[in-house]
Design a protein around this ligand. Structure first.
Ligand SMILES: [Zn+2]
Length: 400
């Protein structure tokens, strides 16, 4: 059993195609407005409702009368625009019946009509119209031509409808596909926020601590020791060459361990949740914090603790970026939603009462609200705030 999903790609139209696409939107806007005018007049003068079927039947005549305008676009393509108007009227009458006073559907001004839909792949349009082209993907749009597509990911399932959308100066194609299988996981009904941390790679809003990187910290400690050892070796000596090899091997081990734990944590998250909210990583902060102080000879200052914690820090920081990359790949192929939120105040705001203060966070691990007394694991408290911000973003996107 597949699901329906959309795929959106940037179009790379030629100048001529841009002109044709613009003309296409204008023609459909005109059709929309003309059909709306027809309905308005009938309703205002005679309280008669003109139906979709009546208007669709007239398309034939309109086409014959206007071969260079409406005549350029396929029948089903123009029907889709009439259906869109029908939907607007449906909503209007629904609200009227519900006892509200809705505004009558409005005429679409220039710039207020930015989407057209072809209701069936193969009818006036063709996805992947040049399948044997070696490097590029094209979509053929009748009356416009083969338009180049920046296809940044694979399309899954069966293409049902093809839409073209104008966003500012850019054009997009949106494919609505049926029967999308892939690694699409069953809907769980669960959502999570995650806080990226040091003690655990990620802590979820329901209190799970994922990928405790203790083994990583052990390797990091050995790596720091190996680097201090390397700094003491004489340049050009055989012992130094050996020490260099040891540092490189430990670096590789850290990388492997990091990847392994990131894969495991990401898999758990994606399997158990439909939506995952995480904080946006601030790259500048990370590098500033992570910078170990070099002594100019490839090693670190003899201040062991500071150097070691700096190194640990940098290893963990790099781990967050890797983890989020892996998580986003897994989420995409599983059909899960991943939402990045602004991390500001997520760690100092009380998830219970919303009170935001620096003093709320007593230690690295403990959160205690100075206003309401709520106590929680600091990372769990932050993860709940991140989840809340993610849900707000999701709802806002759905409402738009
Ligand atoms: Zn509180």
């Amino acid at each position: 059993m597949g699901v329906r999903r959309s795929f959106k790609f940037l179009l790379r139209p030629t100048g001529k195609q841009v002109a044709a696409l613009t003309k296409c939107l204008d023609d459909h806007r005109e059709l929309y407005n003309a059909a709306l005018e027809h309905r308005r007049t009938a309703y205002r003068k005679a309280r008669v409702s003109v139906r979709y079927g009546d208007q669709s039947a007239e398309l034939k005549h309109i086409r014959a009368d206007d071969p260079d305008g409406q005549g350029r676009w396929s029948f089903s393509f123009r029907q889709a625009t009439l259906r869109r108007l029908d939907k607007a009227f449906g909503g209007f009458f629904d609200r009227l019946k519900a006892g509200r006073t809705p505004g009558f559907p409005r005429f679409k001004g220039r710039g207020r009509f930015n989407t057209v839909e072809w209701p069936k792949d193969g009818d006036g349009c063709r996805w992947d119209s040049q399948p044997h082209h070696r490097t590029a993907t094209y979509v053929r749009l009748q009356g416009i031509g083969h338009v180049r597509v920046h296809q940044h990911r694979r399309v899954l399932g069966t293409v049902k409808t093809i839409s073209v959308k104008r966003e500012g100066a850019r054009w997009f194609v949106v494919l609505s596909c049926d029967d999308v299988p892939a690694g699409t996981l069953p809907v769980t009904g669960a959502v999570a926020g995650i806080d990226l941390g040091v003690a655990s790679l990620a802590t979820t809003s329901d209190g799970q601590h994922l990928a405790n990187p203790r083994h990583l910290a052990v390797t990091a400690g050995r790596l720091a020791a190996a680097q201090r050892d390397l700094a003491r070796k004489k340049r050009g000596s055989r012992r130094r060459r050996k020490a260099v090899a040891r540092v490189a091997a430990l670096h590789a081990k850290v990388r492997r361990q990091r990847l392994d734990s990131a894969h495991k944590a990401a898999l758990t998250l994606v399997r158990d949740h439909d939506m995952i909210a995480h904080e946006t990583l601030k790259v500048t902060n990370m590098t500033k914090r992570a910078a170990p102080r070099p002594d100019g000879d490839g090693g670190h200052l003899p201040n062991g603790a500071a150097a070691k914690s700096g190194l640990n820090r940098s290893i963990l920081d790099a781990g967050w970026g890797v983890f989020l990359t892996i998580l986003s790949h897994k989420a995409e192929s599983a059909g899960r939603q991943l939402i990045a939120v602004n991390p500001a105040n997520t760690s100092r705001t009380c998830a219970e009462c919303g009170h935001c203060a620096k003093d709320n966070r007593t230690t690295q691990a403990v959160f205690r609200c100075t206003a309401c007394g709520h106590e929680a694991h600091a990372d769990v408290n932050a993860a709940i705030n991140i989840l809340r911000a993610g849900l707000a973003l999701r709802d806002a996107a759905q409402a738009a």
